[in-house]
Design a protein around this ligand. Structure first.
Ligand code: ZN
Length: 141
């Protein structure tokens, strides 16, 4: 069945998001920070929503957070994800700044054990030699 399964859709980095994907490839979760007013924002985008500056940089964050919300996907679902069902999709608020929320998959956890507020940490899934996705797992430290 997996031979007939279409490939997973992958991110297409652009000028605004390249720093995020480069950091993930090197095993770090990095957030974009405005160079003018220091406001952190996610998802990465060209302009600061607070001061409209186009200057920014990416800085690593702790990679720790809590589940703000989640959904567990069961078939029918997108064919590219069928082999991963049940697939836990979580919205994680970062310990560094709870205003920063990131969507990912939760690994190493039975779907029935997922709870709002659960402490998680980032992990990295190398999908291709070019693309590594930040994902999540229950916190171990
Ligand atoms: Zn700013």
């Amino acid at each position: 069945m997996s031979e007939q399964q279409p490939p997973r859709p992958l991110p297409a980095p652009d000028d605004a998001t390249q720093g995020y994907w480069d950091a993930a490839k090197h095993g770090a979760l990095a957030m974009q920070r405005c160079a003018a007013c220091s406001h952190r924002r996610f998802p990465p985008r060209p302009m600061c929503p607070k001061c409209q500056s186009f200057e920014s940089r990416f800085e690593p964050v702790s990679g720790r957070g809590r589940i703000y919300s989640f959904v567990v996907c069961h078939p029918p679902m997108l064919p590219a994800f069928l082999d991963r069902a049940p697939l836990a999709v979580v919205l994680v608020e970062l310990e560094d700044d709870p205003a920063l929320r990131i969507v990912g998959n939760l690994f190493d956890c039975d779907a029935s054990a997922i709870e709002i507020g659960m402490e998680v940490e980032v992990c990295f899934e190398e999908v291709t030699p070019e693309v590594t996705l930040p994902q999540w797992r229950p916190r171990t430290s």
